[in-house]
Design a protein around this ligand. Structure first.
Ligand code: ZN
Ligand code: ZN
Length: 387
């Protein structure tokens, strides 16, 4: 039985020595294997994974590698487990941990910075300068589960306590997997963008971050919130999540439509979530002078950009990598207060064993799949009274 030295466990949550884990072999090839259950160190806990959402970035990582960086290189054939948008239950505490109790339900954010580089010291742990340095002689303590360290397509994972977000009892497992997506939108709009109530926002691209970007922007008091995209069914969900207007870019020019809908003026913010080759140039023409563009999606090829237009119009541009500055905690607070219903973007649930099918649903958008979740089979819903 699992009983590592210095690690606190509970008889209420027996932990096996080994677990089922999906492991990435060659590009696109996942194999279900047995792995030892990992052991939490100082400032870490062991999380029993109850649900994991599939992200477009998982599809990229599994097929192509980046932005995963395992042992300094591509993630293939390194006995490495992907998956990063998971939630679960704390079942063991590393030495000295008392911040989270055994039995507590949590969701996770991805990046645990090294805590010692310049950016981590500034609180920007998603931009840690020691990204991926967590092995051998250069172990800086950085973790990004599902990118640089083992992730969530398995039964148990170790998390730094700073990556945990306590969730309300009423929040379902599926909804809890969406906190990090909402947290990413929150980070882009408030911490990086400085959005204040009453400012105008366009979100381009109704993927999961775009749709929850609409929801978060509206909950933050943005006015108007305009969503652009190509698929009417996704735009309709955007309306349900709080968009004041939607624009189908296959039917009308999005720049003209945005200006018309905002009284002939550009907006204060564009959150670019489409990754379309011309997405940035169009965003630049949607913002007003001095406006801000948050880049939350990446085109798969280098794209030409009209830099002179950006300069002449004093447009601010910032990329966003994940969910920094603890924005996930504020996103969870919004969801706890039911300021928006993130579950509108959850469409499918599969058993952990059926991960390849779940990935196919997400990749090919079968049955209009948006967020596809996998759950470890046989996980009973535990409700544990506070100790
Ligand atoms: Zn993700
Ligand atoms: Zn760092």
């Amino acid at each position: 039985m699992y009983a590592p030295a210095g690690v606190k466990t509970s008889k209420d949550f027996p932990i096996p020595d080994t677990m089922k884990a999906w492991v990435l072999g060659d590009p696109g090839v996942l194999v279900l294997k047995n792995k030892p259950v990992p052991v939490p160190k100082k400032a870490e806990v062991l999380v029993r994974i109850d649900a994991v959402a599939i992200c477009a970035t998982d599809l990229d990582v599994i097929a192509h590698g980046p932005p995963a960086l395992v042992q300094g290189g591509l993630p293939f054939n390194k006995n490495w487990t992907p998956g990063h948008e998971y939630m679960g239950t704390v079942v063991a505490q590393g030495p000295g941990v008392d911040e989270y109790k055994i039995g507590q339900r949590v969701t996770v954010e991805i990046h645990a910075g090294c805590g010692q580089c310049k950016r981590c010291r500034e609180g920007m742990y998603t931009s840690c300068h020691n990204y991926g340095l967590n092995y051998g002689d250069v172990d800086k303590g950085h973790r990004a589960n599902g990118f640089t360290t083992d992730g969530g397509f398995c039964e148990y994972q170790v998390n730094n306590i700073n990556t945990l977000v306590a969730i309300a009892d009423e929040m379902t497992d599926e909804e809890a997997t969406l906190v990090v997506t909402a947290g990413t939108a929150m980070y882009g709009l408030t911490e990086l963008g400085g959005l204040v109530a009453g400012e105008s926002v366009v979100v381009t691209g109704p993927g999961p971050i775009g749709l929850l970007g609409v929801a978060v922007a509206k909950a933050l008091g943005a006015q108007p919130v305009i969503l652009t995209g190509t698929r009417d069914n996704r735009l309709k969900i955007g309306l349900e999540l709080g968009a004041d207007h939607v624009v189908n870019v296959t039917k009308e020019d999005p720049v003209e439509a945005v200006r018309r809908l905002n009284c002939g003026k550009g907006v204060d913010y564009v959150v670019e979530c489409s990754g379309a080759p011309n997405g940035l140039n169009e965003a630049a023409r949607m913002v007003n002078r001095g406006g801000k563009i948050c880049l939350a999606a990446f085109p798969h090829q280098p794209v030409p950009v009209d830099v002179a237009f950006l300069v002449r119009n004093n447009i601010y541009l910032y990329g966003i990598r994940g969910e920094g500055k603890s924005a996930t905690h504020r996103a969870e607070a919004f969801m706890r207060q039911k300021r928006f219903d993130a579950t509108k973007i959850h469409t499918h649930t599969f058993a952990l064993e059926d991960l390849p099918t779940a990935l196919r649903y997400a990749r090919e958008r079968i049955e209009d799949a948006i967020k596809v979740v996998v759950k470890a089979k046989g996980v009973a819903v535990h409700k544990v009274a506070a100790e």
